[in-house]
Design a protein around this ligand. Structure first.
Ligand code: CP
Length: 305
């Protein structure tokens, strides 16, 4: 593959190969000397039209650990603010001859469009409510390292599924690797037609969490709600926030995940987020490793590689 635009289109073998490569990247990242030469002489541009803490910084570290020159394009102070279109911005950056562009954009499909307009490899770092492939890969890596496998596990994805690219990429990836996926949330925040994707749907947290191995919480994405349905935070937490009481309905050895950024007291309590069953900090470490694996895999398809 020249680009990574989504989990859709990756085979289970592609996914397993990336996770194996990411396991090696974890070892590299835990060494004192972390620098490798796979991307030496290559240029990587991070182009983020939406805010990011984890994804942008881990793509920057990943590129640098592999030896690339990494440039973070500051959209806030760029000519995008003067009305330049995505296509013109893409053409401008393309003329600077990057090897890889990592893009986050608020519109679903924008990254695919950009990939058609440039000569280099493109990585989707999140496009609207469509896909966030490296998040799903780092989640799978975290699960595999803690449970030894993904196949046969039951994973509950909980909360604002409607606006979540993380949920969409995870549903595709987890099912490709043989996990059973449940989705739990208020009916107003569940996309129509979910059973078509082969997931079980629950609107009651306690019932949906019964017997699950992994509880994956999602952020309530109020910025995507346009005032149509913005639940009261207090009520949302009461019914859908993960606290110790609701978590007790999952398996005793169930593990808790959240892609971040977390809204404590909205979708998750601090007690659970910082508790013994939480993998949230480990997910961040796996994020750097997965992004190293993705950049390395793309490097093999760069011209003259
Ligand atoms: N999980 C995630 O994408 O976090 P950021 O928005 O901080 O990159």
């Amino acid at each position: 593959h020249r680009h990574l635009l989504g989990i859709e289109g990756l085979s289970p073998l592609d996914i397993a190969a990336l996770l194996d490569r990411a396991d090696e990247a974890v070892e590299i990242s835990r060494q004192v000397e972390k620098k490798r030469t796979t991307l030496r002489g290559r240029t990587q541009i991070n182009l983020f039209f939406e805010p990011s803490t984890r994804t942008q910084s881990s793509f920057e570290l990943a590129g640098k650990r592999l030896g690339a020159d990494v440039m973070n394009m500051s959209v806030a102070s760029s000519s995008v603010k003067k009305g330049e279109t995505l296509i013109d911005t893409a053409a401008t950056l393309n003329a600077m001859r990057p090897d890889i562009i990592v893009v986050r954009h608020h519109q679903a499909g924008a990254v695919h469009l950009l990939a058609r307009k440039v000569d280099c490899s493109v990585v989707n770092a999140g496009d609207g409510a469509h896909e966030h492939p490296t998040q799903a890969l780092l989640d799978a890596l975290t699960i595999r390292r803690n449970k030894g496998r993904v196949e046969g596990l039951t994973v509950a994805i909980c909360g604002d599924v409607l606006h979540s690219r993380v949920a969409r990429s995870n549903i595709i990836l987890l099912q490709a690797l043989g996990a059973r996926v449940r989705v739990i949330g208020p009916s107003t925040l569940l996309p129509p037609g979910l059973p078509r994707f082969g997931v079980e749907v629950f609107t009651d947290m306690r019932k949906g969490l019964a017997g699950v191995d992994i509880v994956m919480m999602l952020r309530l994405q109020r910025e995507r709600m346009n005032g149509s349905f913005v639940p009261s935070v207090k009520e949302y937490f009461r019914y859908f926030g993960l606290d110790g009481d609701k978590l007790r309905h999952a398996k005793p050895d169930a593990l808790v995940m959240h892609p971040g950024p977390m809204n404590r007291g909205v979708e998750i309590s601090s007690e659970v987020a910082d508790g013994a069953q939480s993998l949230i900090k480990e997910q961040v470490e796996m994020g750097v490793a997965v992004r190293m694996a993705v950049l390395e895999a793309l490097a093999m398809h760069l011209p003259n590689a």
